[in-house]
Design a protein around this ligand. Sequence first.
Ligand code: 4NP
Length: 152
Amino acid sequence: MMKILMVCLGNICRSPLAEGILQEKSNQLSLNWTVDSAGTISTHQGELPDSRSIEVAHNHEINITGQRSRLIKISDFETYDLIYVMDESNYLDVLDLAKTEEERDKVKIILNESYPKENRSVPDPYYGGDDGFEIVYQMLDKACTVIIEKLK
Ligand code: 4NP
């Protein structure tokens, strides 16, 4: 049973979608995985996901309204087997918190699952238009399909 943490900056746009998508795929296969998400800044702690993320998830029959934004914590490196980040800036911020080589090895750029070794970023849709959220959804769906197939 895998335990996976999805991380972005605010934990209201990208990582809540990643959490919802991977949790849904694992549920569909009765895998019993633990999937959670967190942010590297505390600005939105306790808040629901962004309404545009909620809507896009809902359009794909995924409910993410049970999620609340939280900050990544040191104990996450023990709790989770893998920590997927959305972009290079998240990657550097999360690596900074890791204390051992084993902890650093758990941190992965999520789009390297669908586009190996390219270090592509999931673009931050926060300041853009609504269509940015569907693009982000499709990128994350593709990456999560690879994750499920690889680790199930
Ligand atoms: P996220 O998007 O990292 O995908 O959740 C953002 C949310 C909030 C902010 C930036 C990005 N912010 O600056 O408050």
